[in-house]
Design a protein around this ligand. Structure first.
Ligand SMILES: *[C@@H]1O[C@H](CO)[C@@H](O)[C@H](O)[C@H]1NC(C)=O
Ligand SMILES: *[C@@H]1O[C@H](CO)[C@@H](O)[C@H](O)[C@H]1NC(C)=O
Length: 167
């Protein structure tokens, strides 16, 4: 005669095994989802381009960020972290990346949006390199699944340029 404890233990082992298999299947099935997100970022205004007292340049801009990230969501998606970064080259660093705005998208219903915003984080350069600077605006995302591996990707938008003069 098996004791109650033995049976409970066997049942627990079985359910843990089933759960593990379900998790593996969930993250595996995510591999078949080929998302097709879209995004565009428009610079509505350059509010300010100035030299700070320490000699570094700072810019303030107003952006219209619009994106449709709904296809990133599967039933295994917990949330999506998204940020927009200005990326440019300077004499000091071959690659500068400055986050301007970020957000957490909790569900598919919130994944199609547009937002008019000034940069939430300061865009300063280590030096006076921002006048007439060509830059990219890149929308990055990190998909956080309920189970399985996180994955990240981005959309690069090119062809932006800062004014030639301080203002
Ligand atoms: C921002 O972009 C969206 C989508 O392109 C557009 O519908 C909206 O009118 C724009 N908003 C502003 C303030 O420009
Ligand atoms: C901007 O994007 C273009 C096209 O993807 C790329 O060739 C260039 O290196 C990017 N510039 C920076 C500074 O990342």
């Amino acid at each position: 005669m098996h004791s109650f404890g033995y049976r409970a233990n066997a049942l627990l082992t079985l359910s843990v095994t089933i759960l593990a298999i379900m998790c593996a299947m969930a993250s595996f099935s995510d591999n078949f989802n080929s998302p097709s997100p879209s995004a565009s970022v428009e610079v509505l205004n350059i509010n300010r381009l100035q030299k700070l007292s320490n000699g570094d340049d700072e810019v303030s801009l107003t952006l219209n960020i619009s994106a449709d990230l709904q296809s990133l969501f599967t039933w295994n998606t917990k949330q999506v972290f998204v940020f927009v970064a200005a990326e440019y080259e300077s004499t000091k660093n071959s690659f500068n990346q400055v986050s301007l705005w970020d957000g957490i998208i909790p569900s598919r219903e919130h994944a199609k949006f547009w937002i008019r915003t000034t940069n939430k984080y300061r865009l300063t350069d280590q030096g006076a390199n921002l006048r007439g600077k060509d830059f990219n605006l890149t929308l990055h995302w990190h998909v956080m699944p309920k189970t399985g591996k996180m994955f990240a990707d981005k959309i690069v938008m090119t062809g932006y340029r800062l004014p030639e003069e301080y203002r």
